[in-house]
Design a protein around this ligand. Sequence first.
Ligand code: ACO
Length: 319
Amino acid sequence: MSYSRIRGTGGYLPEKILTNAELEKWVDTSDQWIVERTGIRTRHIAADDQDTCDLAEMAALRALESAKVSASELDFIVLGTTTPDRIHPSTACLLQARLGNHGAIAFDVQAVCSGFLYALSIADKFIKTGEVKRALVVGVDIYSRLVNWTDRNTCVLFGDGAGAVVLEASTTPGIMSTHLHADGAYKDMLTVPARVVQGRLKGEGFTKMQGNEVFKFAVNVLSEVVQEALTANQLDHNAIDWLVPHQANIRIISAAAKKLKLPMERVVVTVSEHGNTSAASIPLALDVAVRDGRIQRGQTLLLEAVGGGFTWGAILVKY
Ligand code: ACO
């Protein structure tokens, strides 16, 4: 049987750091409120002349370097984003051109904060069928551009970034199982309702969110889907070395860890410095913990995310 293994990881955060103290100057908020309710202290914000593809390229190059794979060896590029640089072509194709790869399958996936898990799951399926040998999977968002900076309910939560992994076909595990879900009935709980009509933006191009409802929904579906992943592999929580969650809010992360009976020492947390980087948050967290030596080869990782759609999922990985 063929598995897909994570051969390398990479991440990129824009240089500019935005602190809670700076936000206090623009909206009626406080460092104390933001830290207590979300766990966020700082977030990175892309420069005006940086595009999504710029962030993706940096993360991709670092992942390729750590995997010791060249861009020309990739036969698959999948990129999760909600903030593509163009309506078309896809940011995956823009990235492909930057990397100098010709001929690989390349496309974007739109599943908001679950975008990386959706992309990773698709790449895993292509590798398992034997059609693809080496895949680049990217999660990237400049979410700060979808935020109304006068709306304190949303602007304190988000940041920008990119993360990437190189996946390779292998006879040893690998991605063990993927569990994806969506329910469009919740389309209005978290949305950017705008569209382009006749060359103009129609509707509001900012994030609208029912924060409380999102919070409850997130905790419920995450608890269910991580259990689904464990049951599918006949494992219990003791088998998990690291939970690598989507980084939306420390209270959502700790509630999910508590339901899993996992101590916070086995959870990778980056939300305090990164904020919610949407599709980038899981691969960024993964890269941080791989590079600082917490995540080791042979360990079992549980990735989980929830995002607009609503979409949600979990992936169990032997690293
Ligand atoms: N600073 C100060 N006060 C604020 C702020 C702020 N930045 N934002 C809201 N408040 C106020 C509200 O106006 C409200 O005031 P009121 O009681 O006078 O009406 C009060 O704080 C409490 O508001 P709640 O919404 O009940 O606060 P809550 O504890 O639920 O925290 C939060 C709000 C942080 C948005 C939380 O609900 C949350 O994290 N939800 C999940 C949202 C999320 O993660 N979205 C990301 C995308 S989806 C995903 O990634 C899972």
